[in-house]
Design a protein around this ligand. Structure first.
Ligand SMILES: Nc1ncnc2c1ncn2[C@@H]1O[C@H](COP(=O)(O)OP(=O)(O)O)[C@@H](O)[C@H]1O
Ligand SMILES: [Mg+2]
Length: 481
């Protein structure tokens, strides 16, 4: 098509006018906490730090708890055995047993002290009764002096049935040392984890920024009017790739729509300029050169016809737009297409015969649909019009309508030139007319309306090769009853 310069409708001009202000806003540095990347990184660091701390604390606590319990069990069992000795052999047997323990080098952490009812020391390795230990059957952790060396011990005192008191305990200095080693180790680990958390947060932040940068540079460029830009994919198939793919698909669709708008506006300008200019020339010509009232009259009549054609094109455009908007769905009613199609068959049979064409019709008796009768009729009429318009006399036009598996299929076939494969996808675009159709009358809006009507009914329009000729099929979901 040889088109005039594309009219611009302000589609491209608008973002350009806005761009400087927007750029300014985007480049103003924002407070650190307002940055999503920083917030994300902080959240990561906090979660990481809290979980690391919880882990370290639980290891520390359960280890110490276990050690404490072990010592307690050890002391209890020791006391039980000593009690048996006491039961069996009285005080002398108990003293002998304690003596055994004190001389056993493998049990160097054992602490014992046996006193009689008067508080006299009978045997043991503590010089004096520990300060502060004044209740029996209670756990104490106290500093003690053993062999002139001070240490810490876990202790429990028992009273003997015959008077006197027995103190059994364990030196826990070693355990305390272990506790400190464990605490230091865990603190170091915690510090390391904290550092790692901060490092991880920075990594997360820079990753976040890198991903965002690709998307924001591209979208910013698009906002400035470079619609061909697309977000580069990393190829990892990750969430950002997924997002980028979605955005790219959206951009493809937008640019297709904009192409469509541009094409339609070009086509409107192009298609209507000729008849408008013609009408204008006619009127001007008549006003300058008409010799009689009849000349003037006929010029006006022909100009009116031209203008009617233009009005017709606009009406068709508005009708397609209305159908595409879907508002007519509200007026859908249960109908049977069969009688309406029979009426059309009758009407078109006459026209076809006039043109030396034969109509071969097969319409099933029941074609229930929830839809708009007038629109379906208009769509079928458009297809029949085309079949009549584009075929040579002497050929056959097929017109069939059937119901199969809850789908109504209306097919119109002809033996004309058909639509070349590369044109078929574009044939339903507004104003599309194949090069070969230039000599016939029409504005290229017929198939666009058929496609819109099919879509309104959740159906489709299929254009196929009839070998030779065109096979146009409207499929509509039938009404279940
Ligand atoms: N039955 C057909 N046989 C050959 N070409 C067809 C047929 N129907 C449609 N076409 C092609 O598709 C174009 C668009 O059809 P349509 O939208 O009905 O516009 P119009 O009939 O006004 O030309 C036609 O210009 C023509 O090139
Ligand atoms: Mg047509």
């Amino acid at each position: 098509m040889n088109l005039p310069a594309p009219p611009n409708f302000g589609v491209q001009a608008e973002p350009r006018a806005l761009a400087p202000g927007r750029r300014k806003r985007q480049h103003r540095s924002r407070p650190l906490i307002r940055s999503a990347g920083v917030r994300f990184a902080l959240a990561y660091a906090v979660v990481f730090g809290v979980s690391a701390f919880a882990l370290a604390f639980s290891i520390w606590y359960s280890t110490l708890d276990l050690l404490q319990r072990q010592v307690e069990v050890d002391i209890r069992n020791d006391a039980l055995v000593l009690d048996e000795h006491y039961q069996l052999g009285g005080l002398p047997s108990l003293i002998a047993a304690i003596h055994d323990r004190l001389t056993d080098v493998t049990q160097s952490d054992g602490i014992y002290l046996l006193e009689d009812a008067l508080g006299n020391r009978l045997i043991g390795n503590l010089d004096t009764w520990p300060n502060g230990l004044n209740q029996v059957n209670t756990w104490y952790e106290l500093p003690v002096t053993r062999d002139h060396q001070s240490s810490v011990a876990l202790l429990r005192a028992y009273s003997l049935p015959g008077g006197g008191e027995l103190l059994v305990g364990r030196d826990v200095t070693a355990r305390d040392k272990l506790r400190n080693v464990l605490r230091d180790g865990l603190l170091w680990a915690l510090g390391l984890m904290f550092a790692l958390g901060i490092l991880g947060a920075f990594l997360v932040r820079s990753l976040f920024r890198r991903m965002m940068r690709d998307i924001s540079t591209t979208t910013r460029a698009i906002a400035r009017g470079d619609l061909a830009r697309r977000i580069p994919l990393t190829g990892d198939g990750d969430e950002f790739d997924e997002l980028a793919t979605i955005i790219n698909d959206m951009l493809d669709r937008i640019s297709r729509l904009m192409d469509g708008v541009r094409q339609v506006s070009n086509a409107i300008a192009h298609d209507l300029r000729t008849p408008i200019t013609r009408a204008r020339t006619r009127l001007e010509d008549a006003s300058l050169h008409a010799h009689s009232a009849e000349d003037l009259q006929s010029a006006i009549e022909r100009a009116t016809l031209d203008l009617d054609g233009i009005v017709g094109v606009f009406e068709a455009l508005l009708r397609i737009a209305e159908i595409e908007a879907g508002s007519r769905r509200a007026a859908f009613a249960p109908i049977d297409l069969a009688p309406m199609l029979h009426d059309m068959d009758e009407l078109y049979r006459a026209v076809a015969e006039e043109r030396g064409l034969t109509l071969e019709t097969r319409i099933e008796p029941r074609l229930p649909l929830l839809g708009d009768r007038d629109l379906v009729q208009q769509a079928v009429a458009n297809l029949l019009d085309n079949a009549l318009k584009f075929t040579e006399p002497g050929t056959v036009i097929g017109f069939t309508a059937r119901l199969e598996e809850a789908v109504i299929e209306i097919a119109i076939t002809d033996r004309g030139p058909g639509i070349a494969e590369p044109d078929r996808a574009r044939a339903t675009e507004r104003f599309f007319r194949a090069e070969s159709a230039r000599s016939t009358a029409g504005s290229g809006l017929g198939l666009a309306l058929v496609a819109a009507v099919a879509q309104l009914h959740n159906g489709t329009l299929l254009l196929a090769d009839n070998d030779p000729g065109l096979r146009a099929v409207i499929t509509l979901p039938a009404r279940s009853s």
